[in-house]
Design a protein around this ligand. Structure first.
Ligand code: COA
Length: 435
């Protein structure tokens, strides 16, 4: 029999938006639900309270939608500690009004559960409760469960349009302190059509993906382009921190069956999805899609148990020895470490696994080579040269693992844009290890 006693509790906790955010106090540390699940109405109401608040520390990974709390005029009230830098906080981070925490996505939950970063208030956006009083974290499970569990107070935006996703994605209303009800669409991320360069990279990367591989696709344009070229594969599986729209076609065409997976066989394993309403509808109540937390999905020791784990991520710059920069352009902070290293390490250790970094050979209309003799001053290495395996550009594939620096240099110059190859050779001549 269904116990509906929770309904009374729910009604008691239901409040107005303005009153819900009164629970936030000066000096608090706040965690905001991530990606497309960032609770926009609560965020707006919190920002409205800026004149009454001081020194509120705000933590989150990537969030879609507005992040007005990062605006200059609210600097005395809020300070962002970005665990991944999205477009909405990039300016604040680079102007020194917000901070960046480089960290593996797999380890963020432990920041909270270990007590290293205590959370006072957690703002989440969830689906309406089911018959048993459980709300779903919807499109983003990732690090939010850990933050919510540690938080002294949880304020929830219960959105009629938040999909009810399955897996480890539920929170009972007894765990929520203040609830507001809303009905608004989630922010969408429409995949752009791949450019000719991205198409070429997609085709090359696809040649590395074997039948029965379990794939992970990182963030950015390239991983999306790759999906287009996987239509001749058989029995692929998915174990990935994120999913975008393009995955749906491969599932519907029977290319992704998840039959050959070793971890969560038969399921697409994921921690968040970001895309259009088509994707959000697809994951709604869909038992094929298993949402799990980042400390599970991104744990290299879990990832490596999948046979033929194939990780596909992107980069901004790679030096001639194979050091991979993905979170910064020189000293300009661009994104984050995310799950790149988690998946590179997991895929490297998997039986038949492949760790792939794919990027265009140039940036800014071919005016800059992404393959460089030495890394730009101020940038940060995300994937070390000992971790790197395959680098792919539109000019081909460089297999670097187990290779000497000299062999790496030749392999990378081979896939650099032809217009930069001579200057790369010239500049590399100054390296002592080459003489
Ligand atoms: N020098 C100067 N500018 C550069 C550059 C370089 N070496 N490399 C890229 N850029 C510019 C591009 O021209 C582009 O500028 P624009 O927006 O004005 O066109 C911008 O930087 C972004 O580059 P792009 O290659 O288009 O980025 P992307 O959206 O494909 O994402 C990463 C690529 C590396 C930023 C993305 O994969 C990422 O954030 N990775 C983080 C770590 C990770 O992989 N985690 C796993 C998934 S969370």
């Amino acid at each position: 029999m269904i116990n509906s006693a929770w309904k009374k509790e729910y009604a008691k906790k239901l409040t107005t938006t303005d009153s819900a955010v009164k629970a936030i106090k000066s000096g608090d540390t706040l965690y905001i639900h991530s990606n497309a699940a960032a609770p926009q109405i609560l965020i707006d109401a919190m920002v409205k309270r800026a004149p009454q608040l001081q020194d509120v520390k705000i933590l989150h990974i990537l969030t879609l939608g507005k992040a007005d709390y990062a605006k200059k005029e609210y600097a005395d009230s809020f300070r962002v500690h970005a665990l991944f830098i999205g477009p909405n906080v990039r300016e604040a981070v680079n102007e020194g009004r917000a901070d960046y925490v480089p960290i593996f996505l797999s380890e963020i939950p432990n920041l909270f559960t270990s007590g290293q970063v205590p959370i006072d208030v957690c703002l989440i956006q969830v689906s309406p409760p089911d018959a048993h009083g459980y709300c779903s974290y919807g499109v983003a499970v990732d690090c939010t469960i850990a933050a919510r569990k540690q938080a002294k107070i949880t304020i929830a935006e219960v959105n009629k349009q938040m999909p009810r996703t399955l897996g480890r994605s539920f929170v009972h209303i007894s765990r929520l302190d203040h609830i507001i009800e809303v009905d608004h669409p989630l922010p969408e991320l429409t995949p752009e059509l791949p450019t000719a360069v991205e198409e070429a990279i997609g085709k090359s990367v696809a040649t590395l993906v074997e039948n029965e591989a379990t794939i992970q696709l990182g963030i950015g344009a390239i991983p999306n382009a790759v999906l287009k070229y996987l239509t001749n594969k058989k029995d692929l599986g998915v174990h990935s921190e994120m999913l975008s729209d393009n995955i749906i076609d491969l599932i519907e065409q029977g290319i992704i069956t998840n039959d050959a997976k070793t971890i969560l066989p038969g399921k697409v394993a994921v921690s968040f999805v970001m895309g259009t309403k088509r994707l959000y509808d697809f994951v709604d109540n869909n038992p094929l899609i298993e949402f799990q937390t980042s400390d599970f999905i991104n744990d290299p020791f879990i990832i490596c148990q999948n046979r033929k784990m194939t990780a596909i991520n992107s980069a901004l710059q790679v030096d001639i020895t194979g050091q991979v920069v993905s979170d910064s352009i020189g000293s300009y902070l661009y994104s984050g470490v995310g799950g790149q290293v988690d998946f590179i390490r997991g895929a490297s250790r998997s039986k038949g696994g492949k760790a792939i970094i794919a990027m265009p050979s140039t940036a800014k209309n071919d005016s800059i080579s992404r393959i460089v003799p030495s890394l730009a001053s101020g940038c940060g290495v995300v994937t070390s040269r000992a971790d790197v395996h395959y680098i792919v550009t539109e000019y081909g594939i460089a297999q670097l693992y187990g290779k000497t620096l000299k062999e790496r240099m030749l392999a990378l110059i081979n896939i650099a844009h032809p217009k930069f190859r001579d200057s790369l050779i010239k500049e590399c001549r100054s390296f002592q290890w080459l003489s």
